[in-house]
Design a protein around this ligand. Structure first.
Ligand SMILES: *Cc1c(COP(=O)(O)O)cnc(C)c1O
Length: 424
């Protein structure tokens, strides 16, 4: 027996992600979960209003997914994926292609959002290389976030999170978010990069980690069209926006154009297992077909297409495509809309915005940017004290709940926010 709490034992041996270990609050030890609730080691329930870093789309402790995972683990837990295949990988690929934009024809499996992006970047570079064309630049948005590995960091906006590594990141042309005012300039900028840019990577409609910044499908459609006209591939990073987050299955469905490459992760496995997917068109795939070995996409991970992860993704897709889940997405979208009415015009908030199940706004703060870190910590603690998990991005507050969150739980979150802005 060990009498120390898990929190104490954790602090002795574990280094947490995105955490200044000297000043952070001690980690709360969670021992179980059900739907939108997580329970700590004293039995206290917390509302997970951020879907555990945006992954738990169906909430926690889903019996159906758990059952499918257990069954697959007992049949075939893993199998090398070069030279071999297995039913869950094949069936999942078929089903994903069935729900994705119809120009997508091949599925490349990997382990998480960052690896899905790395694969997309390598595919893009080599797509041109295999045709004897040298293009060495990517285009991305200034506040983009595409992951924490070096390629994914390179195409992410430069920020305090990348600063230490900036010298090691490759060159990227960063664009402002499109608006009706600047769209013409952006299109000209892209057109001018035709000879050097191999691809434009973007988070469709919502830039997540960059602060839940939103832009319209019309603007995205125009940018994608210029890329197509000027031989620049388009990569839609739907790692966060995929699987219903924005109100439709994929954010791209709001948009007229279709990208060449799509990245998926997070909600892909229903938030149960680390998993990633990169999909592409027939045209991209065909450019890698050759008698010349050097035209091969030399990329893979030990756990590529892990059968248990595939089974989890298949189970999650079953739930996601059922009417109950689609009803929940609509219900949350409408609840957020009603909450917007309560927030509108409040002097303590600004830039109120919503896209489907995501609602975000900034807390007005008199102090300059330098203060936002302590502001962020204060907000985080305010909600944690009320047993609500919200992780503000600076002074940006957002809600991104699991689709199984109840109306009563949503109201608890909304009320806490109203309490915050009434007192702050
Ligand atoms: C989270 C995220 C990633 C990175 O995914 P990880 O699984 O954390 O590596 C990439 N792109 C977007 C848009 C994300 O939100």
């Amino acid at each position: 027996m060990n009498d120390a709490s898990y929190t104490e034992r954790d602090l002795a041996v574990i280094w947490h992600p995105y955490t200044q270990m000297q000043t952070a609050l001690p980690p709360v030890a969670m021992v179980s979960g059900k739907d939108a609730l997580l329970y700590d080691d004293t039995g206290q329930a917390y509302i997970d209003a951020v879907s555990s870093w945006w992954v738990s789309i169906h909430g926690h402790g889903n019996a159906y997914i758990a059952e499918k995972i257990a069954a697959q683990a007992g049949i075939l837990e893993h199998c090398i994926f070069a030279g071999f295949t297995h039913p869950p990988a094949v069936i999942l690929a078929e089903r994903l292609l069935g729900v994705l934009p119809d120009n997508q024809r091949k599925i490349f499996y990997s382990d998480n959002g960052s690896t899905a992006v790395e694969v997309a970047l390598k595919m893009s570079i080599q797509y041109w290389h295999n045709q004897g064309i040298r293009k060495n630049k990517f285009i991305a948005f200034k506040h983009a976030y595409h992951g924490d590995t070096f390629g994914a960091m390179s195409v992410s906006g430069r920020s305090i999170f990348t600063r230490v590594f900036d010298d090691y990141l490759f060159d990227v042309v960063f664009l402002d978010l499109p608006t009706p005012e600047n769209i013409t300039v952006l299109c000209e900028q892209i057109a001018g990069l035709s000879a050097e840019a191999c691809a434009f990577i973007f988070e469709p409609l919502v830039l997540g980690s960059g602060g839940m910044l939103m832009y319209t499908p019309e603007m995205l459609g125009m940018l994608m069209q210029v890329c197509r006209q000027h031989d620049i591939l388009t990569i839609a990073d739907e790692v966060m926006t995929g699987f219903g987050r924005t109100g439709k299955n994929f954010a791209l469905e709001y948009c007229s154009g279709k990208p060449d490459i799509i990245c998926l992760s997070k909600g892909l496995s229903g938030g149960t297992l680390a998993f990633g997917v990169t999909t592409c068109t027939q045209d991209i795939y065909d450019v890698f077909l050759s008698d010349d070995k050097l035209k091969t996409l030399f990329h893979g991970h030990s756990f590529t297409a892990n059968p248990v992860a595939c089974a989890a993704a298949l189970a999650s897709l079953d739930l996601f495509t059922a009417s109950g889940c689609q009803d929940n997405i609509r219900r949350i979208t409408e609840a957020h809309q009603r909450f917007s009415e309560r927030l509108k015009g409040h002097r303590k908030i600004k830039n109120l915005r919503q896209q489907g199940t995501i609602i975000a706004f900034e807390i007005v703060t008199p102090e300059a940017d330098a203060y936002t870190n302590s502001m962020r910590d204060r907000l985080y603690k305010f909600f944690l004290d009320r047993k609500i998990i919200l992780r503000p991005l600076g002074n940006t507050l957002y809600i991104m709940p699991p689709y199984t969150i109840t109306d009563a739980q949503l109201e608890t979150v909304y009320s806490a926010i109203m309490e915050l802005i009434a007192q702050s």
